[in-house]
Design a protein around this ligand. Structure first.
Ligand code: LMR
Length: 335
């Protein structure tokens, strides 16, 4: 090869290398929780692994704590391509037209983590993610947070204690129905506004796993909480389909490997994180945590039972039945 052509080829390679170093593909990953939550930490883990496995061809920019977008806005931003990756809670997929995900909000549905994981890591979970494709979205994984507890400024031991309370919920019709079944008044509100709404009395109470309650300092403005574990809160990590499919194949493979490992990491730390958040809140002495008896919890579940029938046409009777069967649901208080 003539020297000039060799030099030209070398220059091309050098330019390409420099360009790939200088211009990594940027993935903006937006979420609404604090960094020291299961999702916050798993996002950081994913960033480290993704950059490593793609040889820095990708740069993940994480925007936690609703810094960039609140709940509803982030979904719009994903569809518009302003962000590429999100991990919204499964309760927030309704506005995307994926109402089936609200099945995860059904009260007292999952008997334990094993039953839950048979759904999120099994065929039913995969099938649900697949349905997002028609909305221009790819679902990559499910990440756990944990089981929710109720909180307010009065003890919540019996169903009557909920009567008339304004309770903040995520944007899920199932959660609205759940609060109405307890004769409380549901108020849909973005996560980023909950602390202030509780502080100023715009709402009286809410529900969340301990990790969210702790890291958003809700425990400072809630005198009482009931360790009801009455519902699940988890996430689906999602990406814009167009963006994902246009990625070079080797990059996608690296990202998939990183996601698999970040998912394992998330699901390993989630329960522990929630336990330590609960301990920290107990130690603060600001909130009184009540452990309901089996009978008290069953009475709450029983009161929320009508939600299943009410939401059947929204979610699909078949889907509810198959989740219940696979999860080994023994909804306490249900027939
Ligand atoms: C909430 O809005 O309460 C949660 O979905 C926040 C989150 O992402 O965990």
């Amino acid at each position: 090869m003539p020297l000039l052509r060799v030099l030209a080829a070398c220059a091309l390679i050098l330019t390409a290398t420099a360009a790939s170093r200088a211009d990594p593909i940027v993935i903006k990953f937006s979420h609404v929780v604090a960094i020291d939550t299961p999702k916050g930490q798993a996002a950081v883990k994913f960033k480290q692994l993704a950059e490593q496995y793609t040889n820095n061809k990708v740069r993940i920019e994480i925007y936690p704590n609703s810094q960039l977008y609140k709940d509803k806005e982030e979904l719009e931003a994903l569809q518009l391509g302003s962000v590429q990756m999100l991990a919204p809670s499964l309760a927030k997929f309704g506005p995307l037209g994926a109402k089936e995900f609200e099945a995860f909000d059904l009260p007292c549905l999952f008997p334990d983590y094993q039953g839950l994981h048979r759904i999120t890591q099994g065929d039913i979970g995969k099938g649900l993610l697949k349905r997002l494709e028609s909305k221009g979205i790819i679902g990559l994984a499910y990440w756990d947070n944990g089981f929710k507890i109720f909180s307010a400024n009065r003890p919540l031991k019996t169903v009557d204690d909920f009567k008339g309370l304004k309770m903040r919920v995520q944007s899920s019709k199932v959660l609205e129905a759940q609060m109405r079944a307890l004769r409380a008044i549901p108020q849909v509100m973005p996560f980023s506004e909950v602390y202030q709404a509780l502080q100023t009395g715009v709402v009286d109470g809410t529900e969340n796993p301990p990790s969210n309650m702790y890291t958003q300092k809700m425990f400072e403005v809630q005198k009482n909480a009931t360790l009801s574990d009455h519902g699940y809160l988890g996430y689906a990590v999602i990406v814009n389909k167009d963006f994902w499919e246009k990625l070079p194949a080797d990059v996608r493979t690296g990202l998939e490997k990183a996601m698999t490992e970040a998912t394992t990491y998330n699901n390993d730390i989630a329960a522990k994180d929630n336990d330590s958040a609960l301990e920290a809140m107990k130690a603060s002495g600001k909130t009184d945590f009540y452990q309901p008896s089996t009978e008290e919890r069953a009475a709450l579940c029983k009161a929320m039972e009508p939600v299943y029938e009410e939401m059947q046409s929204r979610i699909g009777a078949e889907l509810i039945a198959s989740i219940r069967k696979e999860a080994g649901s023994i909804v306490q208080g249900m027939k």
